[in-house]
Design a protein around this ligand. Structure first.
Ligand code: ADP
Ligand code: MG
Length: 478
């Protein structure tokens, strides 16, 4: 004859089964083993802590309704949890006592509808309610986007450091959410992936997931179509470190996706799970995103990725060459770095084209080949002459180091080179006097204005000087 508790549990299961589809029932109720029934307190054993939490969160109301029906109002439910130990599933159990009335209500709004149809459910695989074996989520991180490969510079120092801190202690630093923002091709996707990879290195147990905002949106609408929005949300709520790339994609659209994300965000944030977001704009400029979402983005740290300086551009090029095992003369590297200042993606593009050119045509990589190629390359993207480049041309002309212009020295030849740089910067770029001054040895706008006048005057009165100006000017047209 079966014991009381087994009988009781069997009757409970009948009710539960009536309320759930087979998938859910088989995944979450079949594995439960009844243990005892003492003084109207039913103890059931579940295979893991996660399993218990899942039941509590998703089936709590159903469970309570059921045991009330079977055992009457004065009843209690206890969970006995099989602990995972290093030696495998241990016999050790902990017991959690729950208080029916309270819990019964607590998560009611998140409860999965009991009569969920099970058509289509298999078509939507990643978000099907995870059985225990499916909890391992594929992180979708791009392996080659590591932190080691991400060259550090003034332009990304804060973002990189914050990312490192987050990777060490996801969710528990002040950088939650961590928002990485900056223009196209400045390394947002790379850095976000790198943080994810580092997080896993430091915290192998954490579930990390990278998705683009577009994927998230598609999954959400897919879930809506197949009636599994709750599954979708629960899936995301299980993630310890959630990385969403290019959130600006949602601006002025996909209201409901934004709402779903808002709920997931709150859920994760409350539980100290880490959220990492990238965007091409600062939070205050993200017009078209829901206000409450924007205000959440401001909770943590917004770190800007700026355009890299010429030194950083050279370092990035060198690193790519080392990674690819390719050698290239230094003056060629420098030439590329000086010519392309818009973003790192273009910088890489130029490098790749040059390598391709040289190997296709079996030509040596020389400065001439680089010039030929870069001119074609940048014609399309309307090459702008930069202050960096002007400095380099002027310094090369006088055989000075670029650093000397930045120094405070008042040596005549250096003052002259600095003034020429300022003059050409004013003439050939759209930069303001203040910006030019800041980049040429930290001078103010009045100094730049004075330099421009001096150069004009000298060029009119001094023949040698005029020759300098003309020759240098030619170099910019080469
Ligand atoms: P974004 O997402 O901001 O548009 P990406 O992360 O896609 O930019 O970066 C564009 C390319 O530039 C990628 O190939 C990336 O590896 C490279 N890149 C960007 N910043 C760096 C950096 N600091 N060091 C090395 N590579 C970089
Ligand atoms: Mg990107």
């Amino acid at each position: 004859m079966e014991n009381d508790y087994q009988q009781t549990w069997k009757r409970c299961l009948e009710i539960i089964k009536d309320n759930l589809n087979d998938d859910l029932y088989n995944t979450w109720f079949k594995p439960i083993v009844p243990v005892s029934l003492i003084d109207n307190e039913l103890t059931i054993q579940v295979p893991s802590h996660f399993f218990y939490e899942w039941l509590e969160k998703n089936f709590n109301e159903l469970l309570w309704r059921t045991i009330h029906e079977i055992l009457g109002p004065q009843c209690n439910l206890k969970y006995s949890i099989v602990m995972d130990t290093n030696e495998g599933k241990g016999a050790e159990t902990i017991t959690l006592q729950t208080n029916g009335g309270e819990l019964g209500k607590r998560n009611a709004h998140q409860t999965i509808p009991y009569n969920m149809g099970d058509q289509n459910r298999h078509g939507f695989n990643p978000y099907a309610l995870p059985g225990l074996q499916k909890v391992k989520v594929h992180s979708q991180l791009r392996e080659n986007y590591t932190l080691d490969n991400f060259v550090e510079g003034e332009c990304n120092r804060l973002a990189r450091a914050a990312g490192y801190a987050v990777a060490q202690h996801p969710g528990t630093t002040a950088y939650n959410p961590l928002l990485l923002y900056g223009g196209v091709g400045l390394g947002k996707t790379h850095l976000a992936n790198a943080i994810g990879i580092k997080t896993k290195e430091f915290n192998p147990d954490k579930t990390v997931l990278y998705v683009t905002s577009e994927q998230f949106m598609q999954q959400y609408s897919e879930a809506g179509r197949s009636n599994s929005t709750n599954d979708f949300i629960h899936f995301y709520e299980m993630i310890d470190v959630l990385i969403i790339d290019d959130i600006q994609f949602w601006a002025n659209r996909v209201q409901r996706t934004q709402e779903a994300f808002f709920h997931i965000f709150n859920y994760l944030h409350q539980r100290n799970n880490q959220i990492i977001i990238t965007s091409d704009k600062a939070p205050s400029e993200l017009i078209g995103l829901e206000d409450r979402l924007i205000s959440r983005l401001k909770w943590g740290l917004a770190a800007n990725l700026e355009a890299p300086s010429v030194e950083t551009r050279i370092a990035i090029l060198k690193q790519k060459l080392i990674n690819d095992g390719i050698e290239m003369p230094y003056d060629v590297i420098e030439y590329i770095a000086y010519s392309i200042n818009t973003n790192v993606r273009e910088l890489e593009g130029a490098l790749v084209s040059l390598i391709a050119q040289s190997s296709l045509n079996r030509k040596q990589i020389t400065i001439d080949l680089a010039k030929e190629m870069i001119d074609q390359f940048v014609k399309n993207s309307a090459r702008d002459i930069t202050i960096d480049y002007i400095q380099k041309v002027v310094c090369d002309y006088f055989n000075l180091s670029v650093d000397s212009i930045q120094s405070r020295t008042r040596k005549r030849e250096i003052v002259q080179a600095r003034q020429l740089t300022m003059y050409f910067a004013k003439k050939l770029t759209k930069s303001s006097l203040a910006v030019i001054g800041a980049q040429c040895g930290n001078k103010d706008h009045a100094t730049v204005l004075h330099a421009c006048r001096t150069v004009s005057n000298l060029a009119e009165t001094d023949k040698t000087f005029r020759a300098y100006v003309e020759e240098i000017e030619k170099k910019f047209k080469e």
